[in-house]
Design a binder for this molecule. Structure first.
Ligand SMILES: *Cc1c(COP(=O)(O)O)cnc(C)c1O
Length: 429
């Protein structure tokens, strides 16, 4: 399988090169050259396949022959070593819980898959890749855990000092081995800017830097699996299906649209956002006007310029009319989000954290427009990861899950940096 750059279709690379580079040399996102629908019979029989078999069928064409079948199957088994329960919240409303992995955020799947692909590519080489990632909280923990101990990969995580939660910070800073945490005196955008600068820096070219954000195809594509798993559970109702994704960089929802392109019968997508409403505004007036991100209680979605939106446009061949038929996007304030959390808890005794609650709101709105459908929203993090919001809003005390307990007692190790020069010096060591 070849991948082209969305900035220039003449630039083509293999799966391996796309994973190792992250972003194309012209800064475009990579996109698969061909997308083949899966056979109808597969969807008709989907309940007879295990999650691992479904995942293999979904991703195989995107890897091609660059990873042998037995290896790819092993990677998938290791990636999916936890549950993805679909929980009924109300009549016709389900929550797909993506937080049962090691760091309790949905990014675990992409991080685990990508790290194992890189390990395979480095299997008999002495070279090292450096995975460089800026995090506002969740990505860093998932990447640290997913890449821990992986051969030939050094991980460098930049996070804004004092701006991530205690649990998130411990998930980044307590693992050791091949994981280095850099505590940046600044905000998330400063971390992001330093990472971007490093990717462009000719002096660092020989260091083989790659990214582990959803711009990387090996982090983005495995997210397709979730939508297959939900369909497998909901198919028996034989109703038109609406999916609502709490969206930040739009990687998750873009993977869902890819699943639809493979033939998965999903009728409608809702991108539910917080106050960072670039896409809802775009759908309203047709003008793409990115703004600097604003801080909200669903902070993993505080993105002003969602990087995967160009991939969604490509999936629709830039046909806005068709796109708008399949896709809605709604924005919610923190007040509305808290209201939803309380409402869900009161009516269903279900604890949703802020991202899931935003997803719930978008789903409810679309169900009003399409009342004969059923739908699910993605619950992208465990409530414990946002306990500073969840406990006071719901007036409850959360139990600490064992995944989190295991990091709480560990000692934090981080290096403080203030400037790009300090980052560069560390990377050159
Ligand atoms: C990353 C993240 C999101 C947003 O996902 P995108 O793929 O960037 O749209 C939503 N919720 C949580 C908890 C996240 O960590």
């Amino acid at each position: 399988m070849k991948y082209y750059s969305l900035n220039n279709k003449a630039i083509k690379v293999s799966f391996q090169e796309a994973v190792i580079q992250g972003l194309a040399p012209d800064k475009g996102l990579y996109f698969p050259e061909t997308i083949n629908q899966l056979p109808q019979s597969f969807f008709e029989d989907i309940e007879n396949f295990s999650n691992e078999e479904i995942a293999f069928k979904a991703i195989q064409q995107f890897v091609g022959d660059e990873i042998p079948t037995t290896e790819l199957k092993r990677i998938i088994v290791e990636t999916l070593s936890f549950d993805f329960p679909l929980v009924q919240v109300e009549e016709n409303v389900y929550s797909l819980e993506l937080f049962h992995g090691p760091t309790m955020a949905f990014k675990d799947v992409g991080a685990r898959f990508m790290s194992r692909c890189l390990a395979y590519f480095n299997r008999d080489k002495d070279q090292k890749n450096i995975v460089l990632v800026a995090t506002s909280g969740d990505t860093g923990g998932a990447v640290a855990s997913g890449f821990l101990g992986v051969k030939g990969v050094e991980v460098v995580i930049l996070y804004p000092s004092g701006k991530v939660s205690d649990i998130q910070e411990r998930q980044l800073t307590t693992l050791g081995q091949n994981i280095t945490a850099l505590e940046v005196d600044g905000v998330f955008d400063d971390c992001q800017d330093m990472v971007k600068k490093a990717f462009l820096d000719a002096d660092l070219k020989h260091k083989k830097l790659t990214s582990a954000n959803s711009i990387n195809i090996a982090r983005w594509l495995p997210q397709m699996f979730y939508f297959f798993f939900a369909y497998k559970a909901l198919k028996k109702y034989n109703k038109s299906l609406i999916v609502s994704c709490p969206s930040g960089n739009f990687g998750n929802i873009c993977a869902g649209i890819m699943a639809k392109k493979l033939g998965l019968p999903l009728a409608h997508f809702v991108a539910s956002t917080n106050a960072n409403d670039t896409i809802p505004r775009f759908l309203e007036n047709g003008i793409y006007n990115a703004k600097p991100s604003v801080a909200t209680i669903s902070n993993a979605m505080d993105v002003g310029n969602p990087s995967n939106f160009v991939r969604i446009q490509e999936l629709y061949n830039h046909d806005l009319a068709q796109f708008e038929k399949d896709f809605s996007s709604y924005t919610y304030t923190d007040e509305e989000t808290k209201w939803a959390m309380k409402n869900i808890h009161t009516n269903s005794s279900y604890v949703a954290e802020p991202h899931g609650a935003v997803g719930y709101l978008g789903l409810k709105k679309e169900l009003e427009k399409q009342p004969n459908s059923i739908g699910f929203f993605l619950e992208t993090a465990h409530p414990i990861k946002f306990l500073d919001v969840v406990e006071p809003v719901l007036n409850i005390k959360l139990k600490i899950p064992k995944q989190i307990e295991s990091v709480l007692g560990k000692e934090k190790i981080s290096f403080k940096i203030r400037s790009y020069e300090e980052l560069k010096a560390l990377l050159l060591k």
